[in-house]
Design a protein. Structure first.
Ligand SMILES: C[C@@](CO)(OP(=O)(O)O)[C@H](O)COP(=O)(O)OP(=O)(O)OC[C@H]1O[C@@H](n2ccc(N)nc2=O)[C@H](O)[C@@H]1O
Ligand SMILES: Nc1ncnc2c1ncn2[C@@H]1O[C@H](COP(=O)(O)OP(=O)(O)O)[C@@H](O)[C@H]1O
Length: 258
């Protein structure tokens, strides 16, 4: 019988990413997140007789540091969850590059939560799933809501749908492992600046295509200078009309209208 418990787990890019404030060791963002339709991992639940929680796939970390495993630990006390995952293994086919600013790990955690909610009949709302997901990673709430485009603020926990045309996004990921924590650290020490409330309001109201017509790569992403200072090789990949996603290392361009 064909396995129906299978879902795509999409990548994202940050059309723009500005810092609004500090919150303890973290930074509050003002950002537009957009799903990348042609880049996704695949997650499936497959009947198994292993009788132990199992995650199989081509991911580059140990099972217990996998975001899906972290998400599982946060919901395993719900009725039926442990039993379900003793009888079903989790399979992951990774296509989204890791350490790439494309949110692969966060997306996987969100897709897992959405699927577990459905197949274990947990009846949790998106808001409830988002709160659980935020404990796994800052970008998980965005993926929980499954919006094509959204304004994301706070430390990723405030997600508001943005209505615009679906974007055709091309990504390029240099083989440079950008460390998000280190990039924020150097940003705070050397490059710190805050977006004004007026500028934030303006960007959050604009279509992604128009934002990228107005801003250059550095203006669009407050973390780019910090990433460049730690990983100068990134500069070799800079090209006209290409932008930088998250804390890198991916660059992207929009092909709509081209
Ligand atoms: C900045 C974004 C934008 O999408 O970058 P990418 O990960 O996609 O590159 C994300 O919000 C990143 O989220 P995520 O990758 O989950 O970050 P975490 O692992 O939670 O954080 C790693 C470290 O980065 C710093 N950090 C992270 C997020 C944030 N808003 N402020 C921070 O200062 C903290 O020092 C934290 O310990
Ligand atoms: N399911 C997962 N997919 C990818 N990376 C994961 C996953 N679970 C944990 N990780 C770990 O998360 C880190 C990178 O996260 P990822 O989401 O790929 O990067 P980014 O946030 O830059 O897009 C690495 O340390 C990786 O080993």
């Amino acid at each position: 019988m064909k396995n129906e418990m299978i879902e795509k787990s999409y990548a994202k890019v940050n059309i723009f990413l500005k810092i609004a404030d500090k919150r303890e060791n973290y930074h509050e963002l003002v950002s537009r997140f957009v799903r990348v339709h042609n880049l996704y991992d695949i997650i499936s639940f497959v009947k198994s007789s292993r009788k132990a929680i199992t995650i199989i796939g081509n991911f580059g970390c140990k099972m217990d540091s996998n975001t899906v495993y972290k998400a599982y630990n946060l919901i395993k006390h719900f009725k039926g969850v442990e039993e379900f995952f003793l009888n079903h293994e989790i399979r992951m086919e990774k296509n989204i590059p890791e350490f790439a600013g494309l949110g692969g790990g966060s997306s996987n955690a969100a897709t897992f939560l959405i699927m577990a909610n459905k197949y274990c009949k947990l009846n949790l709302s998106k808001d409830e799933l988002s709160k659980i997901g935020a404990q796994v990673g800052a970008d998980v709430p965005f993926f929980v809501y499954e919006y094509d485009s959204a304004n994301v603020t706070g430390i990723g926990e405030i997600v508001e749908k943005f209505d615009e045309e679906i974007l055709d996004i091309k990504t390029l990921t240099p083989k440079i492992k950008c460390n998000t924590g280190e990039i924020f650290k150097i940003f705070r020490e050397k490059f710190y600046k805050q977006i004004s409330k007026d500028e934030a309001k303006k960007l959050l109201g604009m279509k992604s295509i128009d934002i990228l017509k107005e801003l250059d790569i550095k203006e669009a992403n407050d973390l780019y200078d910090s990433a460049l200072s730690l990983y100068p090789q990134l500069g070799d990949y800079e090209k006209k009309d290409w932008f930088f996603s998250g804390s890198g290392s991916s660059f992207f361009r929009i092909n709509n209208g081209k």
